[in-house]
Design a protein around this ligand. Sequence first.
Ligand SMILES: [Zn+2]
Length: 327
Amino acid sequence: MLVGCSYFGCRYLEHFSEELTKMKDSGFNAILITFSENDYFFYKKTIYKMCEIAKKKKFTVYIDPWAVLGIFGGEEFSKWLLDYPEIWQITNENKRTPNACINHPLTKELLLKWLAAATASAADYIFWDEPHFYFKNFQEITGVWGCRCEYCQKAFKSRFNYDLPQTINDDFVNFRSEVIVELLNYLCKVASTYNKKNNICLLPTEDTTLGGLANWDYVKKIQNVDMLSTDPYWQRKNKDVFEYVGYYADKLIKLAKEMNCQSEVWVQAYKIIAGREKEVGDAVKLLKSKDIQSIMFWSYKAGYPMSELESDDYKKTWKCICRSIKK
Ligand SMILES: [Zn+2]
């Protein structure tokens, strides 16, 4: 079984190497290295060295288009969105939002640039992290959605023979899902020609007004998928750990079996509320009881030192995590 966590923030190779050794001692054998646009422009060689170091230490290595173009999940900014404001999405409130439109032709070109750099690394997996159209807030329903740009309007009309609606309907929901899977299918094919494995991480939601793949069956249209994952972060959604993690883990395992690929669930290891650290262990215990190939934690050291993601007591949370792995 793979057991790993995401890693970001520190790009000092000697520190990274030391921490990998500690992780190995704690029972980890996989690591996700974020490869944001900031890394793409300013830290590329260092990211390559990090991947090589992790491979030498026998880790399975993931590389993640972290917040790239505002299409993938992550706490990072995008340079390309500054360089190309014409690719921004337009919301139903007719406001431009800094998330590239998946239907804009330049978006695919830029993602291919990122992918060319990612496939040149020693990473095993490309981790397609929560691909989605714009949504205002994943934690609650806001009624704000994207995209209504000219490319979306044109593409929608050519598929459905009527104008893109002002309010969300089933055709529009299906349209967004279709174009996301078309893009992913293309990117996964390119990645596989470079002998990289593809891991698609699905947002744990069935809310079709959000911009992700709420209907997971769409993923079946994508070829060259080696692993499917999801990230049911129960405390962020104010849900019960057993109920929320259990529901989405079972759903994912079923889908992965149908697609003949591996399954992975991410465990919330950031913004853990003080006094509720034990729930992380509960999630791991639950997942270990299931037919799953990989358990990952977001993120290393329970969110420290990113202020926004740090758990209330990150030291205690991290200890709980390390204990839960060895149990
Ligand atoms: Zn658009």
